[in-house]
Each structure stands twice: as C-alpha cells, then as structure tokens.
Write a protein of this length. Sequence first.
Lengths: 283, 372
Amino acid sequence: MKKIIFYFIIASLVFGETKKWDAHSAYLLPQKRWEMGLFQPFRYGYSESIEYSVHPLWFFVMPNLSIKKSQSDFAGFTSASQYKMVYPTPFLNMIAKEGTMGIIAPEFRMPPMLGLSASWLMSKTIFPFVSPYSLIGLDLTLNVGLDLGVTFGDLDTRSTIDIPLVYHRLGVYYNKWGIHTGLDVQKNISEKIGVLVDFDLRLLPGLAEVQIDPDASKLMGEYSLEHKFLLIWNKSENFRVLTGYKFVMGEYPYGSDMRLLPYIPMAETWVPIIEFQWARKKR
Amino acid sequence: MKIIISTLGVLLILGCDPFVTEFEDSSDAVMYGANSKSDAAYDSGDVKVVTWNIRFGIAQFPFFGDSCGDDVILDDDTIEQNMAAIADSLNAMDADIVLLQEVDVSSKRTGYMDQVQYLLDNTNLNYGCYASMWKADFIPSDGIGRIDAGNAILSKYKLTDAERIQLRLRTDQDGLTQYFYLRRNIVKAKIPALTQGAQDFYAVDIHATAFATDDTKQQHIDKYVETLAEIHDGGDLFVTGGDLNSVPPGSSTDFCESDMCAGEDFHTDEAEEYHKEGSYFENFDGEPDILLPLYDTYDAAIDSASYNLPEHFTHAPSTSLIDDTTATMYDRKLDYLFTNGTWDSSSGRTHQAAWELSDHLPVSAVLNLGGE
C-alpha cells in the first residue's frame, strides 16, 4: 500500500499538458477550470496533473468517479492515465421493476457490483500545416484500457439489457472483464468551428465461449464498435454547442445489430445530437 | 463533404430500422423451411389439422401478462424442455397442417429461441410461414425487452402466397401504450399440394384480441369472416382456426371471479375496473354470439352440440386454482377449427392431456378431402 501511495505522490509531480474542451484526450483541464455538458460529466482540473470527473445527475443513483492523471510523454505523445469507478447496482435495481420503465424483469435483484476501468491515453497534434486553412492541424488521441466488473453475489445472466450502448457496458459484469480501445480525431476548421470524429471498440473476450457453455446460456456480444461525428461551435472559451450523430454496431444475444443515435422511437426517426457545454475557471 | 454526406446516408439507411415494427394492411409473411425435410409428397387421403396457442413455450410459468404471476423471463433449459414436449405432441398428433399462435422467434423472454425453426426441425413438418404480432427492439416495461412474437402456419407440404393481414389496433389505449402494444393479425397461405381440381387450398390462422374492452374483438372477427368469405366465394377451399379469444354461443361469459388474482377486486362499486380484462365476454352488444356467423356458414371441428361441453374446454389461466393446491386445467373454450369443406365426422378432438404445455389446449380435426 505504501508503494502505491508513493507512486501516486511521485506521479502527481509529473505535470501534463493542459487543454480546454478535450475530455477524451490525454490533455488535462487547466488547473481550477471546470467543464460540464448536458450529457457530459462534470470535469474539474484539480491540478496541472490531475483532473476529476463525475456524472452529477447519475451520481445519486449510480455513484461514479473518474480521475485522469498526466504521465510522462511516450513516443512523442502526450500521455495520461485514466481510472474510473462506478457502482451501478442502485440504478439497476430501480429499473428492475413491474410496469412502465421496467427495463429489467422484476424477478431479478442485482447484487452489489463495482465497475473498474483503467485507460492509457496518448495525444498528439499531427500534420500541423496541412493546408492554408489548417489552424493547428489534427489532434489525434489513442486510448486503450481494461475494464473489470466485480460482482458480490449471484448475477443472473437473464438480467442483461440488450440494447446498443448499454449491453456491452454492462456486459463487463457478466463477463468479469473487457477491453476497450479507441481513436479520436479533432480538427478546427475555423476559429470557431471544429469537428470531432471518434471510433471506440469494446471487446468482451470469451463471452461467446460462455454462451456455448449450457450452464451460462445465452450470453454473446463479443464486440461493439461505436463511432461519433460532432460538429462543434465554440462560442467562447466558456460555452460551446455540439451537434452530430453516434453510430453503434455490435453483436448482441439476438445477433448483429446497428443503430444510428439519437433515435426517437415514436417518431421512428434519427435526430441530431444537441449538446451544450459550459465551462468556468474557479478564482 | 461528399464522403461525410455519403457516410451519413449509409448510416441512416442501416441504422434506422424502426424501433417498433408497424405493418401495412397486407404484407408478406416470413417464410421458413425445416433444415432437414421429411417426405413431403401428398398422396391423397385426409388431412389432419391442428390449432394450438403454445404460449411461447413457457407452459404453466406464472407469466405476468396473462396470469396472476409476476415473472417475465423463463430459463433457457426449461423453455427447451417445453418446446421439446410441444414438438413431441405435434409428432404424436401427426398433423399435416398446424396453426400456431403465440410463437416467439426472437424474444428476450424466451432466450431468443426461434420457435418456428425449432418446431420445423424437431417435427415431421417441413414448411412454415410466420406473421409477427409484436415486434420491437425494446419494450421498456416489465423487463420484456426485445420481442418478436406472432402466429405461424406449419405444414408438411410447401406453402406459397403467404400473407399477413393486419387486424385493427385496440382503441381503448393511450397512444404510447398502443405504440408498444401488440399488432394482431391473420396469416394466410396457399398449399398447392392440396389443390383439389380447380379449388386452391388455403390455411388461415388467427389470434384475436384478448384484453380489449372496446369493439376490437368484433372488428377482428369481422375481418376474419371477410377473409374466409373471399376464399370461399372465390371457389377455393380452406381450413382455418386459432385462438379467437371468444366463448361459444350459450357459454358463461363472466370468468372474473375464477380468474381473479390475490388483491384484485371485481364486481363491486369500489373495484377499479368492474370486470377483469380478458375474463369477461360481454363488452359490447352481441359479443356472446360473435362466433355465430362462423358456425352458421362453415363446418366446425367441434360442433354446436358439443362446444360447451367441458371435454372441449381449451383454456384456463395458468395460475387458476380450484383450491389451494389443484390447478384449473381448463374452464372455457377459446380455440376453434373451421373449414368450408367437411371434417371427418367425429374427428374433432380437444387434446386436454396436453394442458401442462400451455394455457391453451390443441384442437385437431381431420379434413375429408376428395370425398373419401
């Protein structure tokens, strides 16, 4: 334990690069700056080398915390590590009920479960002068990480929520572990306008083999590939608006599926993401 | 920019399947074939027909939706055992044509088993067609999740021209409930091998509304009668049947007391609903006699002299009890077979020994073909 604490103290001394509006990169928020969005977590630059984030609206039903920590540059990339912890049990038990919004069948009680995730992020600006219109080139971020799902009790394999985005995130608890990796590319196309394109792959290794085991029955879903495209309008350094889409495809217990999001069921149509984000610097 | 627009276009097409599938008034049914077909040549002689609401293979499981139970998802092993028992029963009946209701083909509640394919692969039936009555990516209620359930026709002989005929939706529900609710149908298919001279041969399968308190059931029966009349008036032959969710003329029409669950209250001024949905058969004028046009026009497998006899009851909710320990196996008739041809006299049977395999019982009869 002393070694772990010592490591954290030493590592905290490594100051990383900071950057605004770059939640998924290896850059940390400038110290004392916070950012949050309608659908994004609240992020806070605690120091030049540590950033905290939490989903405030979810926190009371699904306690969660994420820490991003700068690391020494690696192969010319700005690097950071990120650690996430989530306790989804209260929320899952809230939606395991009869009637409307009974997402999980009421006969199932979800045991205490802890989700742990560790990621390594590497960011770099490439092609800094691609064309006369390029302002700062392409911001590239690679990430890879390990997810662990720790359950303290019996988790019934029939209690999965078999919908895109959700199934593979909760699949970690049924499979006990998973791997995620991704690529983010961001580019400013004018002083105020930028675009973000990302691809994320989630793997639940061994889940298909589990399915073949008759004792564990219908569990599948080895992978999920998510892609997002966002057009960003930076009104100021304290407010921006994003719009775009998210596409997800993967293997589910019922087979392959793909879906363009957000999707409005009753209108049977896709609508663009509309996201507002705010930021301030604490004095 | 062109690449982005093209990509978005492709994603829109691939990623925007309806969340809940709605249907045209008439659409193609989904065709099936057994992976290994048995001898499928029709060599004259009678044709045995069965109708059976198999309750998606959950047997007497206390499912929340149609009994006093509060469970939703049965374990895979039990479903497979139940489906094996249903397949064994169908093999023992040796039917040529089977009209099924409440068959799951990709539903969370039954482990995504394709029950149409399972029955084709485990019986002497070779061909099938399927029409969904409830198809959604996700039902956000009671943990139902993904669902695809409906009616199916299975046959030893090849099916063609399979059509799904939409029945009117319930009008006693709010828009949100109706959007996520069942879309009942009639499924109709031609069986060329059974053509009699100039007469084409059709099989027609229906599952009418169970819980509507408006006139939806009348609309469903009217559409059914109209569909059969079109075949009959065209000079063709049909066998038909299904779960009509209607009692025969002269039957008791009020099962609220016997179907009542613990904590429920009916037939009192304090009751939230005076009658229990699905247990009362006088919701509108004429409902008790709603099947008369069928009995008056066509040959019934269980005729009017017998249809109210206990040995022809086909249904009781799976949680109904006579006393604390004894299940009510059947207490009403809801399942029927008709033809505009002629059933072999006394061939109509209600297979009450199969009561443990569903909350409905199979009804069978032998069609006299070629005047034999």
